[in-house]
Design a protein around this ligand. Sequence first.
Ligand SMILES: Nc1ncnc2c1ncn2[C@@H]1O[C@H](COP(=O)(O)OP(=O)(O)OP(=O)(O)O)[C@@H](O)[C@H]1O
Ligand SMILES: [Mg+2]
Length: 240
Amino acid sequence: MGKTIVIASGKGGTGKTMFSANLGVTLAGNGHKVVLVDMDTGLRNLDLYLGLENNVVYDVSDVLNGVCRIKQALIKDKRFPGMFFMAASPKPDDGEITPLHVKVLCDKLRAVFDYVIIDAPAGLDDGLAIALGGADEVLLVITPEFSSIRDCETVTQTLAGYGIKDIHYVLNKVNVKLMKSGLAPSLRDFPKEITGRIIGMVQFDENIHISTNMGVPVVSMGDTYIRKNFRAIAARVEEL
Ligand SMILES: Nc1ncnc2c1ncn2[C@@H]1O[C@H](COP(=O)(O)OP(=O)(O)OP(=O)(O)O)[C@@H](O)[C@H]1O
Ligand SMILES: [Mg+2]
């Protein structure tokens, strides 16, 4: 039986979708069967970051509303053996989807895939609760900004309210120079409960930004330090 990992954050734009795509490709590269599910209904981006936007026919809402079968909404990413993708609906209010619907979908996917990676919407509202429906693990993507630290504490409390306490964190958009010079918060500025549970850091790198615009996950763009970094993060995810 596989595992469902939800990638979430309080603040928007922290890098959830970029992280989901690259974690998925890295885990697939390690021989796992992976499905990336975009749950950012109405504001989907994962299809673009994967360069699969022209392959989308059916989406998660079609599956959950009974318009199509799971198989029909699964897009095989031919570049990465073992990797599949399911798009979010482009419409913000597409049907009456509840966390229970998502749990049932995740249970079915976990029976076939080693990892079900859910790209959640930013924020604390219903979209997050729905995306968390089938969560086995939650990774919060945070950035070295005071606003992100504050939002992350709030999200952590909200998740605790849903009974999810075992959260891990990924620190993205790290700029060591700014952190060392005191122009961005350093690890000392984060609460210990967060720093103790960081499973990886990703540098701020314009190649990552370029890759999301090109629709090519950065880890597939050569043997860079970013790929090595994601390999280390994937190894920790495999241990969760
Ligand atoms: N480590 C990084 N270095 C440089 N740019 C990055 C990095 N991580 C993400 N970005 C850029 O930041 C922007 C936001 O990233 P992304 O869309 O993954 O965030 P998100 O958390 O999914 O946003 P949203 O909350 O809107 O869903 C994108 O333009 C992406 O290319
Ligand atoms: Mg996103």
